[in-house]
Write a protein that binds this ligand. Structure first.
Ligand code: C2E
Ligand code: MG
Ligand code: MG
Ligand code: MG
Length: 285
């Protein structure tokens, strides 16, 4: 089509596409190598707290990749590329293994990790036996199912694929907690929510950011909480940065809070230190 638009258009289109493609291919090749060696790949953990008591109830696992150049690449910049190439499936396996291995180590040390939330994208759910991989790793490392939660986005409720249905069924059958992540940012019809017995609804941080100065965001949050309660789901809010946000969400019966206010995502080593401190504090009491 671009050829019909004339030679100049073609050339401009061609060179910028070329740049984008080169960038993608470089990223993909480098990540392939990283997955083989494990170099530069790591997991961060961000605490989630009980809104009433402030006690840490678990953490969300967030994947991190540092390139050979030392550049930290944001997940939002490369996960979509890996989803398109299918590499997210291989990476997903790596993340699941690394996560369960880490949780096992902490449990061996007698640390109370609570519930760990792992992000699984719709592409993984519709193209791989990701839940089977998760269950196998949980068995290998003796991780109880009630300590594992899976965060999926609204789109996972809308795609109709046999593999995806199978994956969701396996989660439910194995008592793994299901969280609908980034709620309100997708295009989910509410009827889809009825189909899956999810346990938690997670309010996206874009709405949380409006607390105190954007009435529309506040109304959306209140409506979401009311609906979730009606569906017997608990509510998590992400991206909490201020006391005002904590107060608003707590007053309106949000159950679990997560955000920089309580703790930024931190390396496994740092998180381990936090777990040790929490353990010592509780044994002193
Ligand atoms: P998400 O699951 O919605 O994760 C929450 C994001 O919000 C994380 O960004 C986290 O660092 C950030 N965040 C947490 N608290 C605050 C806060 O108080 N303020 C602000 N401004 N941001 C906060 P991150 O780590 O860049 O991850 C982005 C997205 O990448 C995630 O969104 C998730 O969709 C995806 N992702 C991350 N790790 C994985 C993974 O292991 N597998 C898959 N499939 N996706 C992942
Ligand atoms: Mg998440
Ligand atoms: Mg989220
Ligand atoms: Mg988000």
């Amino acid at each position: 089509r671009s050829k019909q638009e004339g030679r100049n258009t073609y050339r401009i289109f061609d060179s910028s596409m070329d740049e984008i493609m080169k960038h993608r291919v470089a990223l993909q090749q480098e990540l392939d190598e990283a997955i083989r060696t494990g170099d530069g790949l790591s997991l961060d953990f961000q605490p989630q707290v009980n809104a009433c008591t402030g006690a840490v109830i678990g953490a969300e696992l967030l994947f991190r990749w540092v390139r050979k150049s030392g550049e930290h690449v944001a997940p939002e910049a490369f996960i979509p590329i890996l989803e398109e190439s299918g590499q997210i499936v291989t990476l997903g396996k790596w993340i699941i293994q690394a996560c369960c291995k880490q949780l096992h180590e902490w449990r061996q040390l007698g640390l109370d990790v609570g519930k760990t939330a792992i992000n699984i994208s719709t592409v993984q759910l519709s193209n791989s036996n990701v839940v089977e991989d998760l269950l196998a790793a949980m068995e290998e490392y003796a991780i109880p199912s009630e300590t594992m939660s899976v965060e999926l986005t609204e789109t996972a409720l809308m795609v109709s694929s046999a593999t995806l249905t199978q994956n969701l069924m396996q989660l439910v059958e194995n008592n793994i907690t299901i969280t609908i992540d980034d709620f309100g940012t997708g295009y989910c019809s509410l009827t889809y929510l009825k189909r899956l017995d999810a346990h938690y609804l997670k309010i996206d941080r874009s709405f949380v950011a409006g607390i105190g100065h954007n009435e529309t965001d506040e109304s959306i949050i209140l409506a979401t909480i009311a609906m979730a309660k009606g569906l017997k789901m608990d509510v998590i809010a992400e991206g909490i940065e201020t006391q005002e946000q904590v107060d608003f969400l707590t007053q309106h019966q949000c159950d679990i809070l997560q955000g920089y206010y309580f703790g930024e995502p931190m390396s496994a080593l740092m998180y381990q230190q936090h777990l040790f401190t929490a353990k010592n504090d509780s044994s002193k009491r």
